[in-house]
Write a protein that binds this ligand. Structure first.
Ligand SMILES: Nc1nc2c(c(=O)[nH]1)N=C([C@H](O)[C@H](O)COP(=O)(O)OP(=O)(O)OP(=O)(O)O)CN2
Ligand SMILES: [Zn+2]
Length: 125
């Protein structure tokens, strides 16, 4: 069984890989939607995989670190693509959320997003 919790953050960035003069090379902002999914079985006594309040507590620090920030200034987000943001979130959440199965970051205004299931089992540490 999989449960999920979503949150939003607003942030600005530039893409350092964009050529001079391209709009992505200038500071611009997006609304990001994050979905954090957790796999588990409901506890027979509570009926809960994990209480959503506990999920919210686990994600609040990461949200605070991202919301209304210039992403390029954040350690580990010097290349602030959707791909890097999902990996950054995974790194911060997987120890706090046992059963973390997926982190998805979307920009709904652009109909685009990135889904990450954690490092490949054969990837180098
Ligand atoms: N594979 C990826 N490609 C691109 C990424 C990314 O994270 N991963 N990011 C960008 C830029 O962030 C770009 O700003 C997105 O641009 P675009 O899709 O053109 O959307 P808008 O800037 O128009 O977004 P609004 O939020 O609607 O203003 C490019 N490629
Ligand atoms: Zn952008």
């Amino acid at each position: 069984m999989r449960i999920y919790k979503e949150f939003y953050f607003e942030a600005a960035h530039v893409l350092p890989s964009a050529p001079d003069g391209h709009p992505n090379s200038r500071v611009h902002g997006h609304s990001f939607r994050v979905r954090v999914s957790i796999d588990g079985a409901p506890n027979p006594e509570t009926g809960l995989v994990i209480h959503f309040e506990d999920v919210s507590k686990a994600i609040s620090e990461a949200r605070e670190a991202l919301d209304h920030r210039f992403l390029n200034d954040i350690e580990g987000l010097e290349l602030p693509t959707l791909e890097r943001i999902t990996m950054w979130l995974w790194d911060r959440l997987h120890n706090r959320l046992p059963g973390l199965a997926e982190v998805a970051v979307s920009r709904d205004s652009c109909q685009e997003g990135c889904i990450y299931h954690g490092p490949h089992p054969l990837a180098a540490e």
